[in-house]
Design a binder for this molecule. Sequence first.
Ligand code: ZN
Ligand code: ZN
Ligand code: FE
Length: 764
Amino acid sequence: MVETAAPGTERRRLRVRGTVQGVGFRPFVYRHAVALSLTGFVCNDAEGVLIEAQGPEPAVAELCRMVLECPPPLARVDEVRTTTVAPGRGDDGFRIVESTGHGAASVPVSVDVATCAACLAEVDDPTDRRHGYPFANCTDCGPRYTIVRSVPYDRPGTTMAGFAMCGPCRAEYDDPADRRFHAQPNACPVCGPRLRLADAAGAVVAEGDAALDRAVQVLVSGGTVAVKGVGGYHLAADGTDAGAVAGLRRRKGRDDKPFALMVADVAQARRLCHLDAAALEALTSPRRPVVVAPRRPGAPVADGVAPGLPELGLMLPYSPLHHLLATRCGRPLVMTSGNLTDDPIAHLDEDAAARLGPLVDGVLQHDRPIHIRCDDSVLRSAGGRLQMLRRSRGYAPEPMRLPVAARRPLLAVGAELKNTVTVAKGPTMVPSHHIGDLGHLAAYTSFLQAAAHLCRLCGVEPEVVVHDLHPEYLSTKFALDLGIETLAVQHHHAHVASCLAEHGRTGPVLGIAFDGHGMGTDGTLWGGEFLLADLRGFERVGHLAPVALPGGAAAVREPWRMAVTWARAAAGPDAAAALGRRLDPRAPQVLALAERHDVLRTTSAGRLFDAVAAIVGIRGRVSYEGQAAVELEALAATVPPGDAVPYRADVDMTDGMLVLDPAPMIGAVLDDVARGRPPAAVAAGFHLGLAAAVASAATDLAGRHGVGTVALSGGVFQNVVLSRAVEVALAGAGLEVLVHRHVPPNDGGISVGQAAVAAAASRR
Ligand code: ZN
Ligand code: ZN
Ligand code: FE
């Protein structure tokens, strides 16, 4: 039967590509289509979102315009292809059609979204029924990933299930023209979650607005408050109060690791840090990450917030509760993960009361449960661009495209530190939130929950589990115990693959993977690698010269150990002994250990930075991994590039294997330090010298193997001074350079690389 439509009626099919799933795209289209009295449908499919809209031509055109020009806050529309199709009369209004999955991993829930301007205006409006309400949200904003327990994503499947909507909320929820149409966490002061303040013993001392006021009083008078946020608890304190910050540091058991600050608005942020356009955009985006940026001289912040660092991590409020708290306190607040040292962030009320209660002067909490803990994401703004350091709240569980589709559904379990997991099915992969360092039992438990939850959420039943080569990683052990097909991916291959994957590339490239360490195929610890790689495999074509790693994990905590080891390799036992006398009384034992043939050896670039930092006198021991290297970079960054004199390293080629030997640089560093050359000049000379050697090695290898592209990955490339110098030199040699933007270069990106490698392997 052929149906005819009214004259002047048009029907258009819109094929929308980009980040358009799990970001509220379908309700957005639905709302506007209904408001424009159009008929048709919208659905998700393997390629993105498909829309068919029918009605008067101007109305159809208006919908097209809105899709292109004002999509939902988290959507990124890359392409809209429009075709006119024959109108029909079969449509009964406009409908959201069930997803036609076609075998792709689809995530039916979006990331958590910061409070939108409309909701914020209501919270600030004394005449609004949500005035001062800490849990206001709508279709464009509010918690999502952190509150979803099961799919499909509707209210009974979230932690809002226990809150029955009142009449006015229900009316908003049911009205297609309302901003809160189908907003699952919709709530108001009458029917929604409520705030309360508990004392250290767990007794509730205030509720509602009074709880907020009391918490503000505690904070501005130098106290510490545990605050239940979106993805977990923060520990909050006045960031301008040296005593409060020192107290928090002491109670949390955190020596030097920088604390993030929450500021009320952009004006306050600008008073603390230099923010370029990209940094401002990230800071104010609905994802609301922590943005680490150069601090202004004299920024009004206690020294203890980020000891010894030229940068501060800032974020803006992302829930109405944060907004009220930051505005009423009127000063930067330390907002650090609510945990002890490296435990996972507390997200359950009982756990928070037990673990955090004794550390604080009050616990500001509410009765909306957090289902999945999700730490703040962290981006670094340096040298005019942004770098993802931790991809978590506001980014997970946003899907990414695989360069090569997976033939079978898979789960990649990541590394040991900064763990994430990634599930993949068809052309799509979904990296998890930041899980943490699996060595801690609590983090391992969290890992198990996250992996299971992500699989359920994405409708993926893995047939293959992908893991690191390191047999002692808990993620590896988990994978091997799962009883399904396994695939091991070498750590640095995964780093390079993660960089390829985020650029949608398959290789081949020359991958430079510089990091702390990862297990090599030869059983030694690699960490300064040149790999000729594509997604399917790699060949190790170069590396840093190996040295002893005396004391294993102790060498990571105590950079002086690497300093004496490198000094011995570069300048001999006497010079090493002399340095040892200056650095640590245990140096003779460490040097004896380094001489033994059975001691573990490493090509780690991270440990090389540690060694130089210790020789220069920055520090002999660290309180968090990479601290010495971060401080060395900060020192180097104070020297204008033109003023630095690069040290020279040796680059040798033997039997087709390139070895970059930093020994001559270490020798020169030792001499210059002895001569009293300023540490900053030495740090800058080391950075530039290493960058020059790396770039010349890479140029040589790329030419030899006929590749025109170099990919930089591994945690060491978070170092912008190094990365920039390498990039400039490689570009000058006519090579294309791929660097990380959306996936962390550190081990947080390993599961992404593992998934990309496994997907490509499944196509063999
Ligand atoms: Zn909103
Ligand atoms: Zn209500
Ligand atoms: Fe690594």
